[in-house]
Design a protein around this ligand. Structure first.
Ligand code: UGA
Length: 456
């Protein structure tokens, strides 16, 4: 089939590459001409395992192309995915200006029946707003074309996005009951046929339910994490070990093992933003989502948990201390620093006078920029900027370091040379924000160990 994708961010690129991979003719459109030029040269602007190969192969085999010309994209296909950003506004609600602008441009260039597919994470009711925008523009221009709006939220996890797209748990399609809506549903079913395995993955529902499903899934997962984080904090106080509790409850199939890991808080471009946006949707609808308010504030606190432990051990003034930090990205297999806990931790330490020497296998560069920005907002003169440094190797972070902080559970951090750590770290302390290590083993090496909810 022919498919156009507007927006070559994370969701748009992965969707484009995977739809091309199964044989569709995909044209991906972005207003950023530098990015489009880069993509045409086979350079991916984001780090995502497997994406580069897909981009290269499908461009070479002429199933995938990029353009800055929206008219070309609208003419290219009946199926047009909107994958542009929906950044949060001040009040936490999603800013739809880019989505609505694209809807308007689609209407301007429409040359026949179009299925407009919302793939960006958008609040309930956006399908109707997009339809209104298209209708309004068509009327203004005195043109008449049939169209329908479909909600097809994505459930990709960064770092595993290609696999999630090619082998999805579910494909949610929200369409309306009109003949155009039902025609679109048949087209979407055909488009997703190559991704159906073993049993029906398609969930067909109305547009509003599809839109809410996306937020509900992320909010549920964020709730599980915050719940476990709070239990972990309690476990520490009453002498229990959250890792044992996790195994104990996860074995109940009604609970399950995944997303039960306590740690130094969740981050990323989705959970924090989506939880806040859903709270805002609730507010607008006159519904107080009190559980989600608690999830959100609990997570803000959790990002500081390691800082509190460090202060408790070393005091408020950290001016003579150097911390090694392993892992900066909000999770492994990505260079994404959005709302990463490492930002809160590094900034708090630097503001107390400490030096932070950090290493992440892929996020060093994005982290340096993010931290420079964060620190600049605290101190206009920026005297502390040099206090946060990234190093080329994991080992270099340890140079003259007092303690080690683990923020991201990259596999390469899981079994370090503990003997070397205990010989190198001046204060022999490890603050493990992802519960990677066995407290007893670290004690064997004479290391002080502080995890999240662990019994020492
Ligand atoms: C999340 C969802 O998992 C995807 O299903 C969804 O499609 C995506 O958001 C989205 O809306 O686009 P992602 O943000 O890539 O995916 O990352 P996750 O793997 O879900 O991790 C989110 C955060 O939760 C990370 O900071 C991670 O460290 C933390 N986490 C995760 C925990 O603290 N504990 C856990 O048990 C699991």
């Amino acid at each position: 089939m022919r498919v156009s994708i507007v927006g070559s961010g994370y969701v748009g690129l992965v969707t484009a590459a995977c739809l091309a991979e199964v044989g569709n003719k995909v044209l991906c459109c972005d207003i950023d001409s530098a990015k489009v030029a880069q993509l045409k040269n086979g350079i991916s602007p984001i780090y995502e395992p497997g994406l580069d190969e897909l981009l290269e192969r499908n461009q070479r085999e002429q199933r995938l192309d990029f353009t800055t010309n929206i008219e070309e994209a609208v003419n290219h296909a009946e199926l047009i995915f909107i994958c542009v950003g929906t950044p949060p506004k001040e009040d936490g609600s999603a800013d739809l200006q880019h989505v609505l602008k694209v809807a308007q441009q689609i209407a301007v260039h429409m040359n026949g029946f179009k299925v407009i597919i919302n793939k960006s994470t958008v609040p309930v009711g956006t399908g109707e707003r997009v339809a209104d925008e298209v209708r309004r523009t068509l009327i203004q221009r005195n043109t008449l074309h049939a169209f329908t709006v479909v909600s097809n939220p994505e459930f990709l996890k960064e770092g595993a996005a290609i696999d999630d797209f090619l082998r999805p748990d579910r494909i949610v399609l929200g369409t309306d009951e009109t003949p155009a809506g039902q025609r679109a549903l048949r087209m979407m079913k055909a488009l997703y046929a190559p991704f159906q395995r073993h049993h029906e993955r398609l969930m067909c529902m109305d547009v509003r339910s599809a839109e809410l499903t996306k937020y509900a899934a992320n909010a549920m997962l964020a709730t599980r994490i915050s719940f476990m984080n709070e239990l972990a904090n309690l476990a520490e106080k009453i002498g229990a070990d959250i890792e044992q509790v996790r195994a104990g409850i996860g074995s109940d199939p009604r609970i399950g093992f995944s997303f039960l890991y306590a740690g130094c808080g969740y981050g990323g471009s989705c959970f924090p933003k989506d939880v806040r946006a859903l709270i805002q949707t609730g507010e607008e609808a006159g519904e107080n989502l009190s559980i989600l308010r608690a999830v959100n504030s609990s997570n803000q606190r959790q990002k500081r948990v390691l800082v509190d432990k460090i202060i408790q051990r070393f005091g408020e003034d950290l001016s003579n201390m150097t911390f090694a930090m392993w892992g900066l990205a909000f999770k492994p297999e990505t260079d994404d620093m959005r709302e990463a806990s490492s930002r809160t931790i590094a900034a708090e330490l630097v503001l107390r006078g400490a030096r932070v020497q950090a290493f992440d296998p892929v996020a060093n560069e994005t982290a340096r920029k993010a931290l420079d920005e964060d620190l600049a907002t605290f101190r206009q003169d920026g005297p502390l900027l040099g206090h946060f440094e990234v190093t080329n190797t994991q080992e270099e972070t340890l140079f003259n370091a007092d303690a080690l902080i683990v923020c991201t559970e990259w596999r390469m951090f899981k079994s370090p040379d503990f003997l070397m750590l205990s010989r190198t770290l001046r204060q022999k302390a490890v603050f493990d924000g992802r519960n990677l290590y066995d407290p007893a083993l670290l004690a064997d090496y004479g290391l002080i160990y502080e995890g999240v909810g662990r019994r020492a």
